[in-house]
Design a protein around this ligand. Structure first.
Ligand code: ADP
Ligand code: ZN
Length: 591
């Protein structure tokens, strides 16, 4: 609504300005007036060289080349006198009111045209840029193929078909098959949705039109919708081709929703998109690829047959995928022959394709800073830590007492992780503060897991508690540094009871909890009775308590190991998996 009023007012303002501008222009270009008496006098004195007659209006030039205008009450008697004096005469039909209006209308149209071009060429960042909002064809060098896409093989295979549709559309059309119009790529940010869409265009060598969903909205009323029409019009001229709409949820969110003021504009845009998608025939072979990381908010109308009826889900890459993506991106840099991408990939579960591309780049930059000839493992480690935790705070002032506490705390985590069965592999222990973390104990899953045993989950809780327990055993001191661990352990235990139904007491029931935003605070409300809530709390307490007791017993009986590991940490700052193996071996051999 706001948008409509705004642009309406703007139009009126612009029209007024145009009328005003037109009159100023007339006034500016108007010739100086001369009275008829003066004119006749000049004529008698042979001062005039030429006149131009428009009805009774006269435009004349005198001997000094000055131009002027005057009005003759009676042309018929004037003409013979002009001829007698040898003044050059020319004449035109007088301008009628219609002519004037026409001229004015023309002027206004030119003004509006200029405004239109201006607003339609503006991009968000640079209002003066004249580039089109959507871009045709990838610039050379930016051509992508399936070889650039790694680690998301399933999605890639599903989309190979689309390449075939684009390349052999005649074949499909002649058989009467219906080529899909829309493909929706859904998945977390940075998983390669844009890359995949570009690769399809590259493989099929067809033009690629791309536009961000957010570009369609936040504009003057109606502009979003006309943008959509423009986009499809250009695409139709270049069919077969691909239209890529990134963040389609920006326009394709549920209609009638109440999120924010501009939803009316968004609805218009969405409707235009639906009309366009229904409008082109399948023989035109345009494939619209939409990308979103929020498929849940999409308007169901978008997903109907004939629209985005194919949906391809892209998830974060697993270990194998991460290795493959690292391989693709390290082709562009010089890597040391000793570099083991598999080990790097192991340490970074949850990294997206974009994160991995960033990692490779950071590692190359790190190596370059050290003037190395090839990128080495250590550069990747540094790049990873930098990305994961922000820059190292090497010079952060931490006193010796604090450092000892951190070393014993981390040793506690690490020892519990090593001594218990059914845990993730220990990757690295460090007491170098990074970002907001004072120290860290990193574990990596041996393989991606989708189901977890109760033992594994309980051990996770024990590992979390291990830090605080080690502090307590050695210093008999409770620090606030462990509060994150305790919160995480409690959260884990709660999920164990409520979500995973692993409590023997409460059974395999899912107790739904809902988050409510209340005055900025997040309130967790359970959809169960007060009694159940109390039972859940008690059960969580019981799990934590029993984990605590067991862990304390474990650590007390390995008291020596805590000291050894902590002292080593204080000297070395970091201990990796291999070093940890050696330490454990020595310790176990002795005892
Ligand atoms: P999305 O569109 O899903 O947010 P992008 O396609 O924009 O992600 O990915 C950003 C960048 O990350 C790509 O240009 C590419 O360099 C890298 N990338 C992401 N996924 C992959 C992948 N599966 N294989 C190779 N590179 C990838
Ligand atoms: Zn801790």
């Amino acid at each position: 609504m706001k948008n409509n009023v705004q642009s309406g007012l703007l139009m009126i303002l612009l029209t007024l300005l145009a009328v005003l501008g037109y009159n100023v222009w007339l006034w500016e270009t108007a010739l100086p007036q001369r009275s008829y008496t003066d004119f006749m006098e000049d004529l008698q004195n042979d001062q005039l060289t030429s006149v131009h007659l428009l009805g009774n209006e006269i435009r004349g030039t005198d001997l000094y080349d000055r131009e002027f205008a005057t009005y003759a009450p009676d042309i018929k008697t004037l003409l013979p006198q002009l001829e007698a004096k040898g003044v050059t005469i020319s004449a035109d039909k007088p301008a009628t009111l219609f002519d004037r209006l026409l001229r004015m209308a023309l002027f206004i149209m030119v003004m509006i045209g200029i405004w239109y071009i201006f607003t339609h060429s503006q991009s968000k960042k640079n209002p003066f840029s004249k580039t089109n909002q959507f871009q045709l064809r990838s610039p050379p060098g930016e051509m992508k193929t399936f070889a650039d896409v790694a680690g998301i093989d399933e999605a890639r295979e599903e989309l190979r078909e689309v390449v075939d549709f684009l390349q052999n559309h005649e074949k499909y059309n002649s058989l009467g098959g219906r080529i899909p119009k829309g493909v929706l790529l859904q998945g977390p940010p940075g998983t390669g949705k844009t890359l995949l869409a570009r690769a399809i265009a590259g493989e099929a060598s067809v033009p690629f039109f791309s536009m961000g969903g957010a570009d369609f909205v936040e504009m003057f009323a109606g502009v979003g919708a006309s943008r959509v029409r423009e986009l499809f019009d250009s695409a139709k001229k270049s069919a077969p081709c691909i239209i890529f709409i990134d963040e389609i949820d920006a326009i394709g969110g549920r209609r009638g929703g109440s999120n924010g003021g501009s939803h009316e504009e968004r609805e218009q845009t969405l409707n235009a998109l639906l009309v366009e998608m229904d409008g082109f025939s399948t023989t035109e072979t345009i494939i619209v690829i939409g990308a979103t990381n929020r498929p849940d908010v999409l308007d169901p109308a978008l997903l109907r047959p004939g629209r985005f009826d194919r949906q391809v889900t892209i998830s974060l890459p697993n270990l194998h995928g991460r290795i493959r993506i690292l391989e693709v991106h390290s082709r562009q840099i010089t890597i040391s022959s000793a570099l083991n991408l598999a080990i790097i990939a192991q340490g970074i579960p949850g990294f997206s394709g974009a994160d991995l591309a960033n990692l490779v780049n950071e590692a190359a930059l790190t190596a370059a800073r050290k003037e190395k000839l090839a990128v080495e493992m250590i550069d990747f480690e540094e790049a990873k830590d930098k990305i994961l935790m922000g820059l190292e705070r090497k010079n952060a002032a931490i006193n010796e007492q604090e450092r000892r506490l951190i070393a014993y705390h981390e040793a506690g985590h690490a020892i519990v992780a090593r001594l218990l069965p059914e845990t993730d592999q220990l990757h690295k222990i460090s007491i170098i503060p990074r970002g907001s973390a004072l120290g860290l104990t990193q574990q990596v899953p041996v393989e991606e897991r989708y189901t977890y045993s109760l033992e594994y989950l309980l051990n996770r809780i024990k590992i979390l508690l291990g830090g605080r327990i080690a502090e307590k055993i050695v210093f008999n001191h409770l620090s606030t540094g462990a509060s994150n661990d305790i919160a995480a352990a409690t959260d884990f235990a709660t999920r164990l009871v409520c979500e995973w139904g692993m409590s023997s007491l409460l059974g395999s029931t899912v107790y739904r909890r809902q988050q409510h935003q209340f005055l900025g605070d997040i309130e967790i409300k359970g959809q169960y009775s007060e009694t159940t809530a109390r039972e859940i709390d008690l059960e969580v307490r019981r799990i934590i308590d029993s984990c605590y007791t067991e862990t304390e017993k474990l650590l007390r009986s390995n008291n020596k190991l805590i000291h050894e590991l902590a002292e080593l940490l204080l000297i070395n700052e970091t201990i990796d998996a291999e070093e940890m193996d050696i330490i454990m071996q020595c310790y176990l051999n002795r005892s």
